[in-house]
Design a protein around this ligand. Structure first.
Ligand code: IDP
Ligand code: MG
Length: 139
């Protein structure tokens, strides 16, 4: 079933100049970018995006990291896009990620882990809408 998922190329990966490599991996996996923009998140925009993690000990640090530089925000579309992108990303901690995954290749540690990907249809709907108004998305 064709789905949409929200992906972010985080500031650590942008600083490492691997935007092109990561987008190439999405495309090779059949995840088609249908919306894309580079933005510098403010602290409050990062906090709103990660609101589900508000009570976690790493919340402040995560939002500071996410607003530390430009990020690339994309909507990816394809069959089983949500699960497929999670597989392509690898585990949250790059040290535990499978060989060949984006986080294994480009992540630094459990916080600076190169990419974000929605984890369920519900979060995908919230996250796509958080960054892209419906009128900007192809139908
Ligand atoms: P996910 O990105 O694999 O879905 P989540 O548990 O949703 O992982 O955490 C969101 C983000 O918060 C992670 O991608 C990572 O950047 C950061 N993070 C998660 N766990 C930790 C931690 O234990 N210490 C520091 N940062 C963390
Ligand atoms: Mg998550």
């Amino acid at each position: 079933m064709s789905e949409r998922t929200l992906a972010i190329i985080k500031p650590d990966a942008v600083k490492k100049n691997v935007i092109g490599d990561i987008i190439h991996r999405y495309e090779q996996a059949g995840l088609k970018p249908i919306a894309i923009k580079m933005i510098h998140l403010s602290q409050s925009v990062a906090e709103g995006f990660y609101a589900v993690h508000k009570s976690r000990p790493f919340f402040e640090s995560l939002c500071t990291f996410m607003s530390s530089g430009s990020a690339v925000v994309l909507v990816l579309q394809g069959d089983n896009a949500i699960k497929k992108n999670r597989e392509l990303m690898g585990a949250t901690d790059p040290a535990k990620a499978d060989a060949g995954t984006i986080r294994k290749v480009h992540g630094t540690n459990i916080e600076f882990n190169a990419v974000h990907g929605s984890d369920s249809p519900e979060t995908a709907q919230f996250e796509v809408g958080y960054f892209f108004p419906g009128m900007e998305l192809s139908r």
